[in-house]
Design a protein around this ligand. Structure first.
Ligand code: ATP
Length: 222
């Protein structure tokens, strides 16, 4: 499918849930590449534990051996608060190829509060992945789908529909996602528990070598 799939987040740290999600998404939508777009300063959550440079370094380690995964550095390069609106506007101006803004259902639930969210339907399609920790029930889906529709997105049921227009559709996707979060990993490190297999070996080494997450936890346990 000829689209640009963008998956934004804080990646503090990037974990196997993010990576598997990107791979499953690429397979489900027949995408050549999925871009992970780390924010510089998050707008929707409190302070992060690792620095922007450290979060980017971990992402680079995590995706370096997978040509299907790439990093979109625009929010890191822009610095300051990372408004998705600004990134979508830039992406739209770069090319007419449809942009898929991919997010977990936990993020989609709060979409109405994002800066200039009412403009998103002009810039991108939305692909929402039902995340295990948020629940798979119809009520949760109803909530974020209602928000997306209020923001001007129209629901489509098949992925191919995302190729025929440049923006304005929302596709719910149920993939085989892993119930892992960055919060869980930060807590595990803080409590001196193993994070082996939850992040790639290189990321685990980086966290250990740089003494990350041993104090000042960010986020709430999931
Ligand atoms: P935190 O625990 O710090 O809130 P997180 O694990 O949710 O972090 P983020 O970097 O904030 O990770 O997430 C970025 C995006 O990745 C969000 O859209 C989120 O829904 C999605 N995401 C996070 N973890 C998973 C997972 N295990 N499977 C699928 N998507 C995920």
């Amino acid at each position: 499918m000829k689209v640009r799939a963008i998956f934004g987040g804080s990646f503090d740290p990037v974990h196997i849930g993010h990576l598997r999600m990107a791979v499953e998404l690429a397979e489900a939508l027949r995408l050549e590449q999925v871009s992970l777009m780390p924010c510089y300063t998050p707008v929707h959550k409190g302070g992060l534990a690792a620095t922007p440079a450290q979060r980017l370094a971990m992402l680079e380690l995590a995706v370096s051996d997978n040509p299907r995964l790439r990093i979109d550095r625009r929010e890191m390069e822009r610095s300051g608060p990372s408004f998705t609106y600004e990134s979508l506007k830039m992406l739209r101006e770069e090319s007419d190829t449809p942009v898929l803004l991919v997010m977990g259902s936990d993020s989609a639930l709060g979409l109405a509060d994002w800066h200039k969210a009412e403009a998103f339907a002009d810039f991108c399609h939305l692909v929402v992945l039902e995340r295990p920790a948020v629940g798979l029930d119809a009520e949760v889906q109803g909530n974020w789908m209602r928000t997306a529709k209020e923001l001007g997105f129209s629901q489509v049921r098949v992925a191919d529909a995302l190729e025929s227009t440049t923006a304005g559709s929302v596709l719910p996707l149920r993939l085989n996602l892993l119930d892992v979060s960055s919060t869980y990993i930060r807590n595990a490190v803080k409590q001196n528990r193993s994070i082996r297999y939850l992040v790639t070996d290189a990321v685990e080494r980086y966290i250990c070598d740089n003494g990350l997450y041993t104090a000042n936890l960010g986020g709430s346990p999931r």
